[in-house]
Design a protein around this ligand. Structure first.
Ligand SMILES: Nc1ncnc2c1ncn2[C@@H]1O[C@H](COP(=O)(O)OP(=O)(O)O)[C@@H](O)[C@H]1O
Ligand SMILES: [Mg+2]
Length: 258
């Protein structure tokens, strides 16, 4: 299963939520850092022996494989293992490397979607013409992360509108879910957002909330440790897993070669 995670604009917490989602996923998962603006994982994460990751091994080395036209490129030799056991594919260091990867994004999307385990891919801010669009098209589900603010909702609506327009023009999009990073006591934002989207005729499913939990988010930004297993952040993301899975299961089979 390929889960793509994105923001419509700004920095609502995509990377943090993606890292936690991959870590709490109940079956083996790979976290892929595909933010075209430049990856974070290679900068902060460490291996079990506290070595930094090899920034060249990951999407860049996978792209080299893909460019050689290998049928069925596999992720195995490009993954690294973080302290704690999480498998990751490091992202690009500089935005120009993304542009250089050009047409191989389609092959990378296929490789990610064919991987045997669950793949959680952070595609950063999803803009019109983003080079990682083929990865999003190959996903089983696209999750937008938003904050409960009017501007955040407006940008989400605009992104959903162009996804709908692209679908009408014949492109393939996965089912779309939205998660709201908000105060754990906030019980109204998800309902308000769902009503707003329904009113606009946009078919995105508001799946729930991710707890706004700065302490746990700081730990995630450094190194995911056991210390936050019981945090509101981790518990809130864990409770989203079933709805993410159910939404991914609604993807109509047969639309994308896989
Ligand atoms: N659930 C959360 N609770 C509190 N702070 C968060 C949460 N998620 C992210 N943050 C903080 O928000 C900032 C942006 O997070 P990040 O995950 O890098 O966002 P993005 O990938 O959308 O740019 C960071 O300072 C991060 O620690
Ligand atoms: Mg990010």
């Amino acid at each position: 299963m390929l889960v793509a995670m994105a923001s419509a604009k700004g920095s609502p917490g995509v990377t943090t939520t993606a890292r936690v989602l991959a870590s709490v996923w109940p079956t083996p998962s790979v976290l892929v850092d595909a933010d075209p603006a430049g990856g974070d994982v290679a900068l902060v994460a460490r291996t079990a022996t506290q070595e930094p990751l090899d920034p060249e091994r990951g999407l860049l080395s996978l792209a080299v494989d893909a460019r050689r036209g290998h049928e069925g490129v596999s992720l195995e030799s490009h993954m690294q293992v973080l302290d704690g056991g999480q498998h990751v594919l490091c992202g690009v260091q500089r935005p120009e490397q993304v542009a250089g990867m050009g047409p191989v994004w389609g092959t990378i999307g296929t490789a990610l979607s064919r991987h045997a385990g669950t793949v959680v891919v952070d595609v950063g801010r999803l803009a019109l013409g983003s080079p990682v669009t083929p990865v999003v098209s190959a996903a089983d589900v696209l999750l937008f992360v938003v904050r409960p603010h009017v501007e955040s909702y407006a940008h989400l609506r605009e992104r959903l509108t162009w996804i709908a327009a692209a679908e009408n023009a014949g492109s393939v999009s996965p089912p779309v879910g939205v998660v709201v990073v908000t105060d754990p006591r906030d019980s109204t934002s998800t309902k308000d957002l769902a009503a707003l989207l329904a009113h606009s005729g946009l078919s995105a499913h508001v799946l729930g909330t991710v707890a706004h939990d700065p302490r746990a988010a700081d730990v995630v930004a450094g190194r995911l440790s056991r210390g936050i297993d019981r945090s509101m952040l981790v518990r809130s993301v864990r409770s989203l897993v079933d709805s993410v899975r159910s939404l991914a299961d609604t993807r109509r089979p047969g639309l994308v070669a896989r």
